[in-house]
Design a protein around this ligand. Structure first.
Ligand code: SF4
Length: 421
């Protein structure tokens, strides 16, 4: 690799690290004769970027020049920072070279916007097209679609990329226009719609013609920045919930706002990214996707913000003690999923195992139930515990948020709770 490309690589990999929407899940394609690489179904594993949160792919920008001036972005036009642009050939060769050296198993490709959205998108499409058609690259490719790009270019990108994504960044159009005056929701949602149309149309065609080309087989994803505006968790999760109603939206990523431009007074003066909030949003997102929760059960007008002290499922359970205790040996699957400490896998195993014998606390532990939490919300064979209703939600919260080392023993608990028993 020549020195110039190495220098560009350092700059562009550094510039790409703030984009978190790049987990390589969602597609599976084994190696083929005459082709280079394969795509793993879940979590391909090598890392490259110095500090990217997703480091399994070569995570890089085509260019970090940008004609836009989004307040929250390190690469904004008005920032004075080292800039670089890779040619299409340089980027393609770099990907293949890294793949052959076993540094990476795929590519996450994004770009600043130069000249126009279509000009930039056209160059990104050439990268993925050359990789697939000239170099027969069969590994995972996640490509960012540029807001405002034309439908023709999005349609072409979908033929070569496994996943396409368009970042919403800010969950509220008014806030978006304050922080990114050159963008609006239309320029973000139009490419999302093109991707959806492409995926659905390809699925239809493949029903009729087995060899019809696949379009973005891993669907699409997006990212929202958390904490750069006054938008509440309710605003964010309602938008996520609406996006998940769309059949091709696979993941919404949440990125705690990193104050990279602290001189900009449109932004809050945060000392560090709101990582706990980011984590709670991921947990709430999980509840929406796998635990059959409705968004208004997690956040609503009365509870617009997620509880930072406890996870969203425990928070919901403490607000709804009348739903508990749940009888492990009788409750249906949906209700088991609501119990703090019981995950999807454990709930499924409980339903299967209780066909053969009544379950007690020992069996639940073996199944993987986190009894430390679940004990206050269940009844089961041989388990005689004080439940959330006897202890009160406030006291259960108190017990579960005790710091390690300050855990109360049973005798102290009896003293502490004797007034409520
Ligand atoms: S368009 Fe993208 S790269 Fe350009 S300033 Fe905005 S967020 Fe940054």
């Amino acid at each position: 690799m020549n020195e110039t490309v190495l220098e560009k690589l350092k700059i562009l990999a550094e510039s790409a690290k703030y984009d978190v929407s790049c987990a390589s899940s969602g597609t599976s394609r084994s190696g083929k004769k005459g082709m280079v690489g394969s795509a793993a179904g879940w979590g391909i594993c090598h890392s490259f970027a110095e500090d990217g949160r997703c480091i399994s792919l070569l995570k890089i920008m085509l260019t970090n020049y940008c004609m836009y001036d989004c307040a929250y972005c390190i690469n904004r036009r008005s920032n004075d920072l080292p800039r670089a642009t890779l040619s299409v050939t340089e980027l393609v060769d770099l990907t293949i070279e890294f793949y052959r050296r076993n540094y990476i198993e795929g590519l996450f490709l994004s770009s600043g916007v130069v000249r126009s959205p279509d000009y930039t998108m056209e160059r990104l499409v050439r990268v993925v097209k050359d990789l697939r058609l000239i170099h027969r690259f069969n590994g995972y490719i996640h490509m960012k679609s540029i807001p405002g790009a034309s439908q023709e270019l999005v349609n072409e990108a979908g033929l070569y990329a496994d996943r396409l994504s368009v970042n919403i960044e800010i969950p509220n159009e008014k806030s978006l226009q304050t922080l990114a005056p050159e963008k609006d929701f239309k320029s973000v949602f139009a490419p999302m719609r093109y991707i959806q149309q492409g995926v659905l149309q390809s699925a239809e065609e493949r029903k009729r013609f087995r060899h019809a080309p696949r379009f973005a087989p891993a669907g699409q994803s997006t990212q929202m920045i958390i904490g750069a505006t006054a938008d509440t968790d309710k605003d964010i999760l309602r938008l996520s919930s609406a996006l998940y109603q769309r059949p091709t939206m696979k993941r919404v990523y949440y990125s705690g706002f990193i104050p990279v431009n602290d001189y900009d007074n449109r932004l809050p003066a945060l000392k560090q990214p709101p990582l706990v909030r980011e984590n709670r949003l991921y947990q709430a997102d999980w509840l929406l996707r796998f635990y059959e929760f409705k968004v208004d059960e997690i956040v609503n007008d009365a509870y617009p913000e997620l509880d930072l002290e406890v996870d969203p499922k425990l928070s919901w359970a403490l607000r709804n003690p009348h739903m508990f205790p749940v009888d492990i040996n009788k409750a249906d699957y949906e209700l088991l999923l609501r119990v703090p400490g019981i995950g999807v896998k454990s709930a499924k195993m409980i339903v299967v195992s209780r066909r053969y014998s009544r379950l007690g606390s020992e069996q639940l532990k073996k199944i993987g139930v986190v009894m430390k939490k679940a004990q206050y919300f269940i009844t089961c064979h041989e388990l005689a515990m004080r439940t959330v209703n006897e202890l009160t939600p406030e006291n259960v919260r108190h017990i579960l948020t005790q710091k390690k080392g300050r855990k109360l023993d049973d005798r102290q608990l009896t003293i502490q709770f004797q007034d409520v028993l």
